[in-house]
Design a protein around this ligand. Structure first.
Ligand SMILES: [Fe+2]
Length: 283
């Protein structure tokens, strides 16, 4: 049984039995709003979010430049790295990630693929704008779910940015469980833990049309009357019930938090807009 310790934004997980100590730099919600002439056709759809976090670029780039990147083995980016899918924003995130010299992994946030007011379901918009803009960030991996095995540790990147889980992602998770390696799940939107509000959307029993406070302002379809589909509810149970799961790391909430549920941790990363980040050492 591994132990979990946390000082400020530094997590240590000890006693996993992996081959050697592994150090992760985790960032989320940088909300860069850079744009150029390629964004003009979607200016109406990016206007609100473009104005939302004017301080984001300065704070996020300063935080990255202050990290001693030889202190980490991997950089993980947990979504809402941009506030809308501008070509300029995605290129900038790529450049910043490459500049660290670290291998990196990315999973999308709900803003990364969203131009507000465009028609369609979140699943459809995610697919469309992932292909059009976000694809290079995945470096050839499956945007919905992929894993990185590092020193005997299994890092699972799971796209939770549409709040709901697809059958393909559930099937992928079951294959990860079968590996039997100590595993951490990384996704943008955190999982429901009893007592948490619907911002912790994945598998939340109260996630439905009546609790969706932001659909009008974000100009997207309202959450369904009937709540989560069965796949998402089952997925939540299966993840928290997996013996080899150490815990979950997410973003989206814009404030650091820690939960323990069914013997697993869930850490939410402080948002990159203010220069927030998380470091994790696993041994
Ligand atoms: Fe988000």
């Amino acid at each position: 049984m591994a132990s979990f310790s946390m000082n400020n934004n530094s997590v240590k997980i000890h006693g996993t039995g992996i081959a050697k100590p592994t150090r992760l730099l985790v960032v989320s919600d940088a909300h860069l709003s850079l744009d150029d002439e390629r964004g003009i056709p979607n200016q109406e759809n990016s206007r609100r979010m473009a104005a939302a976090y004017p301080q984001a670029f300065a704070n996020f780039t300063q935080m990255l430049s202050e990290r001693k990147t030889d202190a980490y083995d991997y950089l993980l980016m947990l979504g809402d790295m941009v506030s809308f899918p501008s070509a300029k924003g995605v290129e900038t995130i790529m450049e910043l990630a490459e500049k660290t010299g670290l291998p990196y992994a990315y999973t999308a946030g709900n803003h990364d693929w969203h131009f507000e007011g465009l028609p369609g379901t979140e699943i459809k918009l995610r697919r469309e704008w992932t292909a059009k803009r976000l694809a290079p960030l995945y470096q050839g991996r499956n945007p919905l779910c992929y894993s990185i095995e590092l020193n005997g540790l299994n890092l699972v990147m799971m796209d939770t940015s549409a709040c709901e889980i697809l059958p393909e992602q559930q099937a992928f998770w079951r294959r990860q469980v079968e590996k039997g390696l100590p595993t951490i799940v990384f996704g943008h939107i955190p999982f429901w833990v009893p007592g948490r509000d619907v911002g912790f959307s994945v598998g939340h029993p109260d996630w439905n049309a009546s609790t969706d406070g932001n659909w009008k302002i974000e100009q997207r379809l309202r959450w369904p009357e009937s709540g989560h589909n069965q796949t998402t509810m089952d997925f939540h149970k299966e993840v928290f019930g997996a013996d080899n799961l150490l815990g979950i790391v997410a973003g989206h909430i814009h404030g650091q938090s820690v939960d323990f549920y069914r013997g697993k941790f869930q850490v939410v990363v402080q948002y990159g807009v203010t220069g927030g980040f998380l470091e994790m050492t696993i041994d």
